[in-house]
Design a protein around this ligand. Structure first.
Ligand SMILES: [Cu+2]
Length: 165
């Protein structure tokens, strides 16, 4: 490959859409992470997922204070996010525009992934993106409901007494 061709290819890949320039710059040292659960955690039932952020502040959606953003939790998301568009809002892309730093999750039994993404005032990615490691968890099936009594002596059930009016 000639030097000219290489240079032409390089400059072609450097061309960026104008909208990308509108992204909010990421401050030095920004670090987003999931405090809990841990990678590989096996969880029974509902749980609290807690969000950690270093060297930036948490604000409400729409707040343009420099070096702040709000959390987004991606549940079972594999598709990459478009840096030029707001982060989608659906059951797999949860927004915390009130500045929340934790959420109670009830996920169906099975394997799931969780990943945090910080969004700016307009729900868009910072540049470069402030995004956590993706963790893998397993939600265990709930234990069997009200099995037979532990002893063999089944008690005769009396009909319920009507409540006094
Ligand atoms: Cu948002």
């Amino acid at each position: 490959m000639s030097a000219f061709t290489r240079r032409a290819l390089l400059s072609a890949t450097m061309v960026m859409p104008v909208a990308a320039l509108a992204q909010t710059p990421t401050p030095t040292g920004a670090y987003l992470y999931i405090i809990w659960p841990n990678e590989g955690e096996k969880i029974k039932g509902g749980f609290w997922c807690r969000f950690g952020l270093r060297n930036m502040g948490v604000a409400r959606a729409g707040d343009r204070t420099p070096n702040t953003g709000h959390h987004h939790l991606l549940v079972d998301v594999d598709a990459p996010l478009d840096p030029n568009e707001p982060i989608p809002s659906d059951k797999n892309h949860l927004h915390f525009g009130g500045g929340q730093t934790e959420v109670r999750l009830e996920l169906p039994p099975g394997e799931h992934t969780l990943q945090l993404v910080l969004g700016d005032a307009d729900h868009k990615l910072f540049k470069p993106p402030v995004i956590s490691r993706k963790i893998h968890i397993t939600v265990l099936a709930a234990p069997e409901q009200a099995a037979a009594p532990p002893t063999g002596r089944a008690r005769a059930e009396s009909p319920p007494t009507p409540a006094p009016r």
